[in-house]
Design a protein around this ligand. Structure first.
Ligand code: NAD
Ligand code: ZN
Length: 360
């Protein structure tokens, strides 16, 4: 038995208003006057002076607004990297992502591809990255994915939706300022928050579970229950706690895996472009058989916050389309092995998955 030796985020700052310290955090990392910091910022913040006026810019530093409407694609990463290489004589001093999981993943992937040849699709998988990435910083503005702490950046490529999982993927620095999440719309707060909740359920009920994952998973799970089922927290406390739940949920799956909901949700994402958070909710709603207690609690949370999930999204799909989703889901072997066990192929058949997708 050989154990995995995981890298972690090297530095983290936490606190409401800690975003104000970004200039002090970055300035020692500036390589020289011609090596800029490039800030990828969710375009929801365009024209929002409360946030953008605090982005510390000097020399050739640049803000690039990116849309989180669609999840990151390998082609998008390749073209962002190309633009940077063409525009600047030197590699950037750092790449900073300010946004949700979408923008954080873009920042991670760009920082990797600036120092590794070829196309980003060639690095989708496990431990394919050869060279260390450019210094990269993650600043979440919505909580739940755990992308701020994870060792992956999830990309949709020409053949699959799969992460670049590598020792060079985790951020060198994370800024956790819960105040940045104050204007997240309610439905989106729920969907992305439920990503964290589902991470906990899948990790805590998986066959890969160990004391490391369990300790983080249990903490995140109890924070989620407090946030989504009780009425005892102020808005600020709830923002603070969800940011920490996301962190712990991400740490929990670092040393285990996700499970059935994520496998099926990746299929929906690949074929229909359904986004990760809402996709997990749509799937998880039908997984009583696999996670009875977790799903029952999820339904209570949904009820309490008056969330209406889309129905019938697979109603009009062709056999070929079902097959595409099933192929994507089944290809995620570690997820199934974690969820069901070594002999998962005995119970998880194409028919099982088709029947599940047909309910959604
Ligand atoms: P997101 O980044 O897709 O953003 C969702 C919506 O919220 C967008 O419309 C965005 O503009 C908006 N938003 C973000 N911050 C806001 C704010 N402060 N105020 C108002 N609106 C705001 O959402 P997400 O759920 O955080 O991320 C999903 C992505 O994360 C997917 O691409 C998924 O693949 C990825 N993901 C990555 C990991 C990982 O470990 N790398 C883990 C889980 C999910
Ligand atoms: Zn997730």
């Amino acid at each position: 038995m050989s154990y995995k030796n995981f890298p972690m985020v090297s530095k983290v700052i936490f606190g409401r208003g800690s975003f104000n310290q970004l200039g002090d955090i970055l300035s020692p990392k500036r390589l020289n006057a011609t090596a800029p910091f490039i800030f990828f910022v969710d375009d929801v913040f365009k024209g929002n002076a409360w946030l953008t006026s605090r982005i510390p810019l000097s020399y050739d530093d640049k803000v690039i607004y990116v849309s989180a409407e669609q999840e990151p694609k390998t082609s998008q990463i390749d073209s962002l990297v190309e633009d940077i290489i063409v525009k600047y004589k030197e590699l950037p001093s750092g790449i900073i992502g300010i946004g949700g999981g979408t923008v954080l993943d873009i920042a991670k992937a760009v920082s990797i591809m600036l120092t590794n040849n070829g196309e980003s699709k060639d690095y989708q998988g496990w431990d394919l990255v050869k060279n260390p990435a450019v210094y990269h910083v993650g600043i979440p503005t919505i909580s739940g994915t755990g992308a701020e702490v994870s060792r992956t950046t999830i990309l949709t490529g020409p053949e699959r939706k799969l992460g670049i999982n590598s020792d060079y993927t985790p951020f060198d620095q994370v800024v956790l300022d819960p105040e940045l999440t104050k204007d997240v719309p309610k439905d989106q707060w729920f969907y992305t928050g439920m990503d964290c909740y589902v991470h906990c359920i899948e990790s805590l009920n998986g066959t890969y579970l160990n004391a490391f994952s369990k300790s983080y998973g249990e903490k995140a799970y109890s924070l989620c229950k407090e946030i989504f089922l009780e009425d005892s927290l102020t808005a600020e406390e709830s923002q603070d706690k969800l940011m920490m739940a996301s962190w712990h949920g991400g740490m929990s799956i670092a040393y285990s895996q996700v499970g059935v909901a994520h496998a099926l949700s990746y299929g929906l994402g690949y074929l229909l472009g359904v986004k990760h958070g809402i996709g997990n909710c749509i799937v998880f709603d039908h997984l009583e058989e696999y996670y009875p207690k977790g799903v029952a609690l999820f339904k209570q949370m949904k009820e309490k916050h008056n969330i209406q999930l889309p129905q019938g999204i697979c109603a009009k799909l062709s056999d070929k389309e079902f097959d595409t989703m099933i192929d994507v889901a089944l290809s995620l072997e570690p997820l199934w092995e974690n969820a069901i066990g070594k002999n998962w192929k005995k119970t998880i058949t194409r028919d099982t998955l088709r029947a599940l997708y047909q309910k959604m």
